[in-house]
Structures are given as structure tokens and as C-alpha cells.
Write a new protein. Structure first.
Length: 231
């Protein structure tokens, strides 16, 4: 699949979210929206009203990452608010399959996010219900954290699964993705990249998106590398 870049609005100026979203139109593929409830993660960010407002303010499709308790209850609400992709956390959902099916039935893509300590193997049997797997490359909750290179074997494991199963699953990475880390992610097998401060902390966010895309494209091998899994 072609490289996709999803700037994270979490790193934008919250007083100018519409302007921030519009600043990457024509350059980005998605707008990533982090929803946090101060329960699943120790931070409180955006909710459904802001997603609805962003949907009206930008032509970019919204990629909502639900870092919340009980995403089974709320996931479809975000589809109704305008999200084209809704990702739930494996660690928070009570019924990952049922929720994935509900998201898809409502008309959006369904994603499954894995925290750094959560193994890929634990959920590989349910991935046929999803359109994307998100490998977190930081602990979820706050932007601006240091990239966890030790997650690359998990990305490579996901890529091997796709290759062996013939799946069309997207592999997303989120956390610390920047000019000096995106190539490593691409080499491991990621094809959708969430970048926050690397985009909205730049003087020209659209140009920053393009620069990240070019780095990822150059680093994406015809057959992605498969780093050895940790012992």
C-alpha cells in the first residue's frame, strides 16, 4: 500500500484547530484525532463535539484514536460524528470483534491499537475483523514522547502476518514519528504514519508532511525487512 501520513491534531494549537487542519489539506492523507478520557490514559483531550466540528472544518478524512474506557459503547458515536476510521484499544475493549463489526456497519474503517506491552500474537486471530492495526511506539496518553525503537519487531511481525495471510490490513505507527524515525518504521513494514509535533511544530506543516512522506517512500522496501522478534 502507498505511504499515508496522518498528522495528529493533538500537537496543534487547540485555539486554532480548524486552521491547523486546513494547513495540511492537500498534503496529508488523514487527520488523526486523539480522544482521551483521563481514565484509560492520564490525559483529557478531545471528544465528540470537537470531532463533529473538525468534520465540518476540513476536507481531510478523520482518523479517530479512542484512548478511552469502554470504547465498545462509544465507538459508533464517533462514526456518526464524522470519523472515517475509528481505532479502539485492545486493552480497553470488552468485545473487540463486536465493536469492529459495529464500526464497519456504521460506515467507517475499524482499527485495533496495541500498547507497547501488548503482544501482536494475542490478537492476530481477530485481525480479519479489522482494517488496520496500530502499533503504539510510545505509551499512549501524551504527545512529544521519545520514540520506542524496540517496537519495530512488532511492526515487522504484523507485516509478516499480512504477507503470509494475504491480508490487506494497514499497519499504523503512532508516537515519536519524525524525520529521524519514520524511515525505521517504514523499513519494518509500517505504511500509515501518525506524526504530531513533527508536523504542527514545523514552520510549514504541509511541507513537513511532504518531507515525511518522501523519507518513508524511500525507506519502504519492495519486501519490507523483518527484524528478529525479541527473545
Amino acid at each position: 500500500m502507498a505511504v499515508q501520513i496522518a498528522p495528529s491534531i493533538l500537537s496543534a494549537d487547540f485555539a486554532r484547530l480548524a486552521a491547523a487542519a486546513q494547513s495540511v489539506e492537500g498534503a496529508a492523507d488523514w487527520l488523526h484525532v486523539d480522544v482521551m478520557d483521563y481514565h484509560f490514559v492520564p490525559n483529557l483531550t478531545l471528544g465528540r463535539p470537537v470531532v463533529e466540528a473538525l468534520h465540518k472544518a476540513t476536507s481531510l478524512p478523520l482518523d479517530c484514536h479512542l484512548m478511552i474506557d469502554d470504547p465498545d459503547r462509544w465507538a459508533v458515536d464517533y462514526v456518526e460524528a464524522g470519523a472515517k476510521s475509528v481505532t479502539i484499544h485492545a486493552e480497553a475493549a470488552h468485545d473487540v470483534v463486536g465493536t469492529a463489526r459495529a464500526i464497519r456497519s456504521a460506515g467507517a474503517r475499524a482499527g485495533l491499537a496495541l500498547k507497547p506491552a501488548t503482544t501482536f500474537e494475542a490478537y492476530r486471530d481477530v485481525l480479519g475483523e479489522f482494517d488496520m492495526v496500530l502499533v503504539m511506539t510510545v505509551e499512549p496518553g501524551f504527545g512529544g514522547q521519545a520514540f520506542m525503537a524496540e517496537m519495530m519487531p512488532k511492526v515487522a511481525q504484523a507485516r509478516r502476518f499480512l504477507r503470509d495471510s494475504g491480508s490487506q490490513l494497514w499497519i499504523q505507527v503512532d508516537g515519536g514519528v519524525a524525520a529521524d524515525t519514520i524511515e525505521e518504521c517504514a523499513k519494518a513494514g509500517a505504511d500509515m504514519f501518525v506524526a504530531g509535533s513533527a508536523v504542527f511544530g514545523a514552520h510549514d506543516p504541509a511541507q513537513a508532511v511532504q518531507a515525511l512522506r518522501e523519507r518513508a517512500q524511500v525507506a519502504t522496501p519492495a519486501t519490507p525487512a523483518t527484524p528478529a522478534a525479541p527473545a
